[in-house]
Design a protein around this ligand. Structure first.
Ligand SMILES: Nc1ncnc2c1ncn2[C@@H]1O[C@H](COP(=O)(O)OP(=O)(O)O)[C@@H](O)[C@H]1O
Ligand SMILES: [Mg+2]
Length: 264
């Protein structure tokens, strides 16, 4: 199971729509995907999908249910771990809660090929927790200077506090490919200058597309609503790229995931 956190620094840049559509694209490539809704203030993967799961991670932490019990299947093949308010407690797990969760992770998560953490804006302890837990980090940025500044701030804090050196950038709401590449070059320039140990690659460029808004209003992923839109083609390209990053080291990946969890 390969795990990714999806962060941005700034809110409202398109993380949740990205995670949902990427998960759908990977599901269509026969991958088993689970989204962990870890956006503390604005947990809204369920709303974007038009579903209302009954249970969330709180039920696991208080011992009522197991992690496997709360994994919610969706009509789009991928699954959802609803976090609800329980997410507050994840950064302050007691030793016994941590052991409980760790013991249940293998059974619950091992069947999946990909795990995506849709995390909050900002640089809270939760954001750092999930960014360090994941094997890979995707940083979403838009062409707005505020978004670029916040993305850089996120990378800087994570590098300084967690020694995390690898990031994959997605430029969202780009006017065209050229603008997307320019944004990447600008961030790369600052990162290379001030954080020379950090490696940041360009995962993809997603255009601004009215279908994203239409899709959110209809509570349907844009990949389903507008399969031929440019953004749908681009998200499928990103899914292929991510699929190509998957190695045949599932056992090791999982062991490393559990180790990181124990050390956080
Ligand atoms: N590629 C895009 N083109 C047009 N609008 C977008 C795009 N991506 C996101 N949006 C808009 O941005 C808003 C925030 O998206 P959302 O996925 O909820 O962001 P976040 O999870 O980062 O807060 C939504 O209202 C959505 O319509
Ligand atoms: Mg969101």
């Amino acid at each position: 199971m390969k795990s990714f956190s999806i962060a941005s620094g700034k809110g409202g840049v398109g993380k949740t729509s990205f995670v949902i559509n990427l998960s759908l694209a990977l599901s269509e490539l026969n991958q088993k995907v689970v989204i962990f809704d870890a956006d503390l203030g604005l947990a809204n993967v369920d709303i974007m999908l038009g579903i209302s799961p009954k249970f969330d991670i709180r039920y696991v932490l208080n011992g009522t249910l197991t992690l496997k019990d709360i994994i919610h299947p969706t009509e789009y093949k991928f699954s959802l771990i609803p976090a609800g308010a329980g997410i507050y407690e994840l950064t302050q797990l007691s030793a016994s809660q941590k052991l409980l969760l760790r013991a249940q992770m293998e059974e619950a998560l091992y069947p999946f090929d990909f795990l995506f953490f849709d995390i909050s804006a900002g640089i809270s302890s939760n954001v750092l927790f999930f960014s360090q837990l994941a094997e890979e980090r995707i940083v979403l940025v838009t062409p707005e200077p505020t978004s670029m500044a916040d993305a850089y701030a996120y990378i800087k804090v994570l590098y300084k506090q967690g020694k995390i050196k690898n990031y994959q950038l997605v430029v969202n709401m780009a006017k065209d490919e050229e603008e997307g590449k320019k944004i990447y070059q600008q961030i790369l320039y600052v990162v290379e200058k001030f954080l020379p140990e950090v490696k940041i690659t360009l995962l993809g460029i997603l255009p601004y597309d009215e279908c994203v808004k239409k899709a959110i209003r209809s509570q349907i992923p844009y990949l389903s609503l507008c399969p031929d839109a440019k953004i749908s083609i681009k998200i499928k390209e990103i899914a292929y790229k991510i699929l190509n990053q998957k190695t045949q080291r599932k056992e090791i990946e999982f062991k490393e995931f559990l180790e990181r969890f124990s050390n956080l």
